[in-house]
Design a protein. Sequence first.
Length: 552
Amino acid sequence: MENPMSLNSFRLEEKLTAWHIGIALGALFLGTWFGPLQVLEHAGIDLYGKLAPGIKGYYQGLTIHGVLNALVFTTFFITGFLTFATVHSLKMKLRFPWINILGLGLMAAGLLMTAAPLLLNNATVLYTFYPPLEASSLFYIGLTLVVVGSWVEGFGLYFTLAAWRRAHPGARTPFVAFASVLTMVMWQIASLGIAAEVLVLLIPWSLGLVKGTDPLLARTLFWFTGHPIVYFWLLPAYVSWYGMLPKQAGGKLFSDPLARLAFWLFLVLSIPVGLHHQFTDPGISPAWKAFQTLLTYGVTFPSLLTAFTVVASLELAGRARGGTGLFRWIRKLPWEDPSFSAQALAIVTFAFGGIGGIINASYNIDLLVHNTLWIVGHFHLTLATTVVLSFIGISYWLIPKLSGKELWSVRTAQVQVWLWIAGVLPFSASHHLLGLRFSVPRRTMLGEAPYLSPEWHPLLLVAALGGVLLFASLVLYFVVVLGTVFASRKLAQPVEMPVADSVRDLQETPQWLDTWKPWLIGTIVLIVISYGPPLADLIRNANLSSAGLRAW
Ligand code: HEM
Ligand SMILES: [Cu+2]
């Protein structure tokens, strides 16, 4: 049996979480600098000359932007947050803390190995590192260590959950711990693709052990992970929206069974859909692309479940606070709390991001927007706003909790949240339009492009304005974070992780929604069906003949 322990006995776990969050925010800060440089370059103001010789150009900057923001910030923040959430939800310390310390060590070592070639312009291959673009082998080895470290941390959480289940036979796992561990399981299965790509193809190739590589096979393995990685980013935000935000708003989780069902469906459906990123790749049968497109539409079902359940939970909160009417309860929600408003606005933003996602996933319509600035508009709504703003909202209670300090300025934090929205709206709308109406390509130093058209200019200016506002919001965020950690009063009242009760008793949640085996089997079976034949075909016809290329 575990001891009923006081909540402040999670010293070690909190220290571990603080290290994760610290590294994550450092990466976000360094990576985001390039955002405004990119939009300004597109609008005709090229500041890259000022960065030389440190940063050699646009594509090195864009690689750093993608790697630090999309890979490093996310992975470190998520592993730290899920560790914190799991132990606090179970009210149980890590079963084997050394496993999680080892995992963090591996991730940090990997980050350093990745950073060196990135900064030396020896890994300017963008964050998708598609061959035949070739980076220094250190880059691939470092990224592998980051992924392996996150797996190791996942195992630390499984041992902890298993110990809890042994000590509580027949009891339902608390939702936050359940959903956190499920996110890790999904990630471990999903990242097998990138692991295979890097270990079997890219590392031997970049070390010179094999002469060439097979770009199509590599891309397919990459996207095996590349689609579900977006769910690795999103699900931790969902953990908070379902399991914490209703409490912050003064309400309850509308339905624990629906929330769990949504998470199980995300586990089953996130992975066997990656071919929807390869509609234009030759050499893969259109039948498999179409099949995975159908499964992609399947993911809209748990997404709509989420929209319904989360909004219903918030409505319960609004009404509990005296709100009435069809929509007037919305005004009663605690908008003055920046942790709430950041996440609530992230949810609203996701409605637009989700609609765009369905468009991107549609086999024929995607051809119109593929590789254009539309896509950039899309993922700054989804990743850079829904996910990042949710994590910012979480950090507005988590950083006070970890540092023992009051949030430095609630007012500044409020302004920060709304400024982010004020920036992302023009940024994203203009990028969507530039892609849709003019097919302006992404991943392009547009200021230098001979085909740059004067027609694009007004929208590029709007994009630049939005980008600068976004960056100003991020600077305010760091002012609040640093102010909280270094210049704020000690907390007058302790902060606890918000945990929403569910409307009904937890034990009423059916057992099948807290049972792993059938869902894991379903996940594997669907992956084998949807990826087995096309991958087998690519492997049978593998052609390791592409030599490495260094473009920049
Ligand atoms: C100040 C805020 C930001 C601005 C102005 C900005 C701007 C941009 C622009 C213009 C591009 C497209 C460049 C091109 O295709 O040539 C881009 C790419 C990208 N951004 Fe941002 N960004 C910002 C923040 C973020 C954040 C917070 C994240 C994620 C956490 C993010 C993730 C990405 C990713 C993954 C790419 C794709 C890189 C690639 O194509 O290789 N950005 N960003
Ligand atoms: Cu996808």
